[in-house]
Design a protein around this ligand. Structure first.
Ligand SMILES: Nc1ncnc2c1ncn2[C@@H]1O[C@H](COP(=O)(O)OP(=O)(O)O)[C@@H](O)[C@H]1O
Ligand SMILES: [Mg+2]
Length: 366
C-alpha cells in the first residue's frame, strides 16, 4: 500500500500536522530531537497498531494532552483507504479502517506492511530471545493471517496452563484431567507454530543469504538458524518430562514460547564475535530480506522506513542502498537525516522523485 497523506494530532512532540507525501522517496530532515523519527513512528503505528519505540500507548500522547490521533490516507484499489488510530488516556485504543472500527487489532495486521530500519535494530542482537521471536513472528504475520491467530491462541492457552500450575504450586489439588485439556490444546497449537517457523526460516534463509552476500561483498558467510526445544523431542514428551518440576515452580518451561533464532558469522555468535561492521551488515540484510520476503509472499512492496541510516552504515553500503532505491527496487520510502542538503541533492542528481520536509520542533518548516 502507498501512503498519500498522514496527519498527527497530539502525537509525541507534534501538536497538529498534515503531510502529503510522495509515492516514491520522502525525506524528513532536521536537527536531532525535532520529530523526524516520531513521524516515521506515526506511519509505523498505522501499519502495526502500535509504536515501534514505546509500547505504552498513553506515553505517546503529547505531554499534558489527553489523547492523540493518527490518520492516514492510503491509495486503495479503487478509492483511497483511510486508517484511524485514536488513543485517549484511560480508554481502549480505537483503530478504524474507513468508518468501521476493528473488533480486534490483529485483523488489521498485514493490510499495510512496513519495514523499519533503525539504530534500535541492535536490540535484535543484544536482547533476549523474545525480541527475535517477535521480529520473526511479525514478518510471518505480515503475510499470513492464520499464523497470527495461532500465536494468539497459543498465548491464551499458555496463560491458562500457567495459572493452573501456579494454583498447584500454592497447594491446590492436582486435577489431571484439566491439565490434559490444556496440554492437548497447547501441543496442537505449538506444533503448528513450530511447523510455520521451520518453513519460514528455510525460505527466508535463501533470501537473507543472497542479500548478505551482496552487501558484504561475498567475503564471508552469515548464518540464521531456528532453535526450538521441539527440535529434540516432541512437545507431548517435553511437557511430560517437565511436569514434576513445573508443579514446583508454577509455570510452563517447555514450548515454542522458548524458541530462539541464532545469528552467526562464520558459524560463531554475532553478538560475541561479530565486529560492529559485521553486525550492521547482518541487521540491514535481515531487514532487507524482510522486505523481499514479504514482497514475494504478498506481491506488493512494503513501505520502507529508514531511520538515521547515515549513522548506521558506511558510505559504500549507503550508496548501494540508494542506488537500489533509484532503480525502483523499493517502492515508497521514508528517510530521516540530520543533514538537510545531502538527500535532496542526491535524488536531484539522479532525477528521482523526492519530497523533502524540514522539521523543526514538531512543525513542518517547508
Ligand atoms: N509523549 C511525548 N510528548 C512530548 N514530546 C515527546 C513525547 N515523546 C517524545 N517526545 C519528544 O520528541 C522528541 C524526539 O523526537 P524524535 O522524532 O525522536 O527526534 P529526531 O528528529 O531526532 O528523530 C524529543 O524531544 C522527545 O522529548
Ligand atoms: Mg531520530
Amino acid at each position: 500500500m502507498i501512503l498519500n497523506k498522514i496527519s498527527l494530532l497530539n502525537f509525541k512532540n507534534y501538536d497538529q500536522i498534515e503531510v502529503k507525501v510522495s509515492p516514491f522517496v520522502n525525506c524528513f530532515l532536521g536537527k536531532n530531537g525535532m520529530g523526524k523519527t516520531n513521524l516515521l513512528d506515526g506511519i509505523y503505528y498505522l501499519s502495526n497498531c502500535k509504536s515501534f519505540f514505546n509500547s505504552v500507548d498513553s506515553q505517546n500522547i503529547k505531554n499534558e494532552e489527553d489523547f492523540f490521533v493518527i490518520q492516514g490516507e492510503f491509495k486503495g484499489e479503487e478509492k483511497p483507504e483511510n486508517v484511524y488510530c485514536g488513543v485517549k488516556r484511560g480508554k481502549k485504543k480505537v483503530f478504524k479502517k474507513g468508518k468501521k472500527e476493528y473488533e480486534k487489532l490483529s485483523e488489521h495486521i498485514g493490510l499495510i506492511n512496513t519495514v523499519l530500519i533503525s539504530p534500535m535494530d541492535t536490540n535484535l542482537i543484544y536482547d533476549g530471545s523474545e525480541t527475535r521471536r517477535k521480529f520473526i513472528d511479525l514478518i510471518i504475520s505480515q503475510y499470513d493471517k492464520k499464523y497470527l491467530q495461532t500465536l494468539i491462541k497459543y498465548n491464551k492457552v499458555l496463560v491458562q496452563r500457567n495459572a493452573f500450575l501456579k494454583n498447584l504450586q500454592q497447594g491446590a489439588k492436582f486435577d489431571e484431567l484439566s491439565l490434559q485439556i490444556w496440554d492437548e490444546q497447547l501441543i496442537a497449537v505449538g506444533e503448528e507454530i513450530y511447523e510455520h517457523r521451520t518453513k519460514f526460516i528455510s525460505e527466508f534463509k535463501l533470501v537473507f543469504d543472497e542479500i548478505y552476500s551482496t552487501i558484504s561483498g561475498g567475503n564471508e558467510t552469515a548464518q540464521l538458524n531456528y532453535k526450538s526445544q521441539l527440535d529434540e523431542k516432541n512437545f507431548e514428551d517435553l511437557l511430560k518430562d517437565s511436569l514434576y518440576k513445573e508443579k514446583f515452580i508454577g509455570y510452563t518451561t517447555k514450548g515454542t514460547h522458548k524458541d530462539d533464532f541464532s545469528f552467526e558469522i562464520e558459524n560463531r555468535p554475532l553478538k560475541k564475535f561479530g565486529s560492529q561492521g559485521q553486525q550492521k551488515t547482518f541487521l540491514i540484510a535481515l531487514k532487507l530480506a524482510q522486505f523481499k520476503h514479504i514482497e514475494s509472499k504478498t506481491e506488493s512492496k512494503p513501505i520502507l522506513l529508514l531511520d538515521d541510516i547515515y549513522d548506521k552504515l558506511d558510505e559504500h553500503r549507503i550508496a548501494h542502498l540508494m542506488n537500489q532505491i533509484c532503480e525502483g527496487v523499493y517502492g515508497q520510502v521514508f528517510i530521516t537525516d540530520t543533514n538537510t542538503k545531502r538527500l535532496p541533492a542526491f535524488f536531484k542528481k539522479r532525477k528521482y522523485e523526492c519530497f523533502s520536509f524540514e522539521i523543526d520542533q514538531g512543525e513542518l518548516v517547508k
